[in-house]
Ligand binder design. Structure first.
Ligand SMILES: [Zn+2]
Ligand SMILES: [Zn+2]
Length: 346
């Protein structure tokens, strides 16, 4: 089968090549991939600039949906023909305190599809049945490919920073994760302001389309003044940093109200200096959010089943696997950042 492979460590070393068809273990299901999302972290894997453990050669890709075409001998929960999406986690130790509490997204031994184990930029992928989730009947494969980033946003919002109806939320960085965070916070009844750098400002139109209460562009708008004005001089109840930018963190500390919450979804890939006096003087609760886990998936699938969130507008382009370079360029935003989620259709 055709698959996109990172052949060796270092920058690049990507090749679309012929790979053997995966064989499911007794506890696994084999999935025919119908749609796979290109993630910002796939760009980091290409660049070899990410702290998540990588083992090459490996088929890249960790966001997908498809059909079950074979089930292992021990699998009882799935049947051939069912439509599913999958977690990015393949393996964790299942024994440490974190795993036993269901927080295996933090397990030291956690290993991911598309990093350590063969991922979904391929015609087929074999995954443990317990990492798969049935798609609601009205959810298309293309939307199903966004379940993994949706679960990341749900983990950050519902599990780590619950928002109450009517609260004022700021999202900095309107990429896929930022916009999904907006969608989930809105589903919980929050008013959401989305803030962008000038380079990503085309994505603010999407934030508006999705129902943002306010969209602001750095350098053009007086962002702190506008947020104060929108909150009656108080500041935002919650800030989600989804840009992975040191400036966004500092701005976020300024925008959040006294006693407010600040959740970090972006990664920086380097040491960054931060003014923690701002945290102390306002008693801001700061928390980091990493990936997703079963509990977040269950909430995500419920959101989709009940049509409380709609991820379809985020899908910008769909191209065959052969055009992966174009898809990566659009995701990287080299020629302009109007695209949100680009899908590969193997
Ligand atoms: Zn991802
Ligand atoms: Zn563990």
């Amino acid at each position: 089968m055709r698959a996109l492979v990172k052949k060796a460590r270092g920058k690049g070393h990507f090749e679309l090549m012929e790979m053997p068809r995966p064989r499911p273990e007794p506890d696994e299901i084999l999935i025919r991939v119908r749609a796979a999302g290109v993630c910002g972290s796939d760009i980091h894997i290409f660049d070899d600039a990410i702290k998540t453990p990588i083992h090459t050669p490996v088929i890249v890709g960790h966001e997908c949906a498809g059909d079950v075409i074979e089930v292992g001998s021990q699998v009882k929960d799935f049947a051939v023909g069912e439509r599913v999406s999958i977690e990015s986690t393949k393996v964790c130790c299942e024994q440490c305190e974190l795993c036993l509490a269901g927080n295996y997204n933090l397990c030291k031994q956690r290993r991911l599809f598309g990093y350590w184990y063969d991922g979904c930029f391929a015609e087929q992928i074999a995954v443990p049945a317990k990492r798969a989730y049935r798609l609601p009947p009205h959810i298309a494969y293309e939307e199903g490919a966004l379940c993994e980033p949706l679960a990341c946003a749900v983990h950050a919002v519902n599990e780590l920073t619950p928002v109450a109806p009517g609260e004022f939320v700021v999202v900095i960085g309107p990429g896929t994760i930022g916009l999904l965070t907006q969608i989930v916070a809105q589903a919980e009844g929050a008013h959401v302001a989305v803030i962008s750098t000038p380079s990503s400002s085309p994505r603010l139109r999407m934030a508006e389309r999705l129902g943002a209460a306010l969209t602001l562009e750095l350098e053009k708008d007086d962002v702190p003044a506008r947020i104060l004005e929108a909150t009656g001089g108080k500041g935002a109840d919650v800030v989600f940093e989804c840009a992975g930018s040191p400036k966004a963190v500092d701005l976020g500390f300024d925008l959040v109200r006294k006693g407010g919450r600040f959740t970090l979804e972006g990664l920086f890939g380097q040491f960054i200096p931060m003014d923690f006096d701002k945290v102390a003087f306002k008693e801001i609760r700061v928390v980091g959010a990493l990936g997703q886990k079963r509990s977040a998936w269950n909430i995500s699938m419920q959101y989709l089943a009940e049509r409380r969130v709609n991820v379809a507008p985020l899908i910008s382009r769909q191209v065959p696997l052969e055009d992966w370079e174009k898809a990566f360029d659009w995701t990287r935003g080299t020629a302009g950042r109007e695209h949100i989620k680009v899908l590969l259709i193997p």
